[in-house]
Design a protein around this ligand. Structure first.
Ligand code: ADE
Length: 227
C-alpha cells in the first residue's frame, strides 16, 4: 500500500510514523508513506496558501489553487483508490471503514487546516470524507495519523500475530473482553479462574459473555446499531 499525505504541517504528522507498529509496517516494506508540504504549491513567493472567506466570517480558508496543483501532480503519477479529506463535518471513522481502506493500494489523504478548504476541492476531488470524532481539532493531521494507524495495523504481516488485529475491539461489533497477564494474584487481586483453566471452549464462552456485558454497559449504541 502507498499513502500520500498532503499537509501544511509535515513535521506535525511525521512522528507517529516513526514508532512502533506503523514503523514496523514501513520498515517491512508493506506500506510506503509520503508527506507533501502544501506550501510548496503556494500562490506567491511568500508561501500564501490561505485567504479569507467569501461572504465574510471568521477564519482563513485553504485556497483551491495550491491544493489543486498538489493533487493534480500526485494524480498524474498514479491513480488513487480514494482521495480522503480529514474534516469534522463528515462521517465518523469506525472499524469497518478501516477494514475496507486497508485493502486499497493507493490512498491520498488531505489534511484540512484553519477554517477548512475551499468547497470546490471537496466537490471536484474528494471521494471520501472522514472525521475522527465529534470535536474540532486544529487541523486534520492528528486525524490522518489516527486513520493511518487504524489502517496500517490491519495490513497482513504488519502485526506479527495475524489473529491479534482480528481480536481487537469492534472487529465483531463488540468491545474487547478484559485481558490479564502474570502474576495470577497481585496483592489479592486475582485473575478470573476460568482463564487459567486451560479449557478453551469455556474461555471462549467467558470472553464472548464479557465482551457483550462490557458493550452493554459502556457502548449500548453499538448493539442498537446492529438492529
Ligand atoms: N480536523 C479538525 N477536526 C477534525 C476531526 N474531528 N476529524 C478529522 N479531521 C479534523
Amino acid at each position: 500500500m502507498r499513502i500520500d499525505i498532503v499537509t501544511v504541517s509535515p513535521d506535525l504528522i511525521k512522528s507517529p510514523f516513526e514508532h512502533s507498529i506503523i514503523k514496523r509496517g514501513i520498515d517491512k516494506g508493506l506500506v510506503k508513506v509520503h508527506f507533501h508540504d502544501l506550501r510548496k504549491f503556494a500562490v506567491n513567493a511568500y508561501g500564501k496558501i490561505d485567504d479569507t472567506q467569501f461572504g465574510g466570517g471568521a477564519g482563513m480558508v485553504l485556497m483551491i489553487e495550491p491544493i489543486d496543483k498538489c493533487i493534480s501532480a500526485l494524480k498524474a503519477e498514479r491513480s488513487y483508490d480514494e482521495i480522503i479529506y480529514m474534516t469534522p463535518d463528515a462521517p465518523v471513522l469506525n472499524q469497518q471503514m478501516a477494514n475496507s481502506l486497508s485493502l486499497k493500494r493507493n490512498l491520498l489523504i488531505l489534511c484540512g487546516h484553519y477554517k477548512g478548504i475551499d468547497q470546490r476541492i471537496r466537490d471536484a476531488y474528494i471521494t471520501k470524507e472522514i472525521s475522527i470524532g465529534d470535536y474540532v481539532l486544529s487541523g486534520g493531521e492528528l486525524g490522518a495519523a489516527v486513520l493511518c494507524d487504524s489502517i496500517i495495523r490491519l495490513i497482513p504481516g504488519v502485526i506479527g500475530d495475524e489473529t491479534s488485529a482480528l481480536s481487537d475491539s469492534f472487529q465483531d461489533g463488540l468491545l474487547a473482553p478484559p485481558i490479564y497477564t502474570r502474576p495470577a494474584n497481585y496483592k489479592g487481586m486475582k485473575v478470573p479462574e476460568v482463564l487459567r483453566s486451560g479449557d478453551f471452549k469455556k474461555i471462549d464462552a467467558w470472553r464472548s459473555e464479557q465482551a457483550l456485558l462490557r458493550t452493554q454497559r459502556i457502548r449500548p449504541d453499538l448493539l442498537r446499531d446492529e438492529e
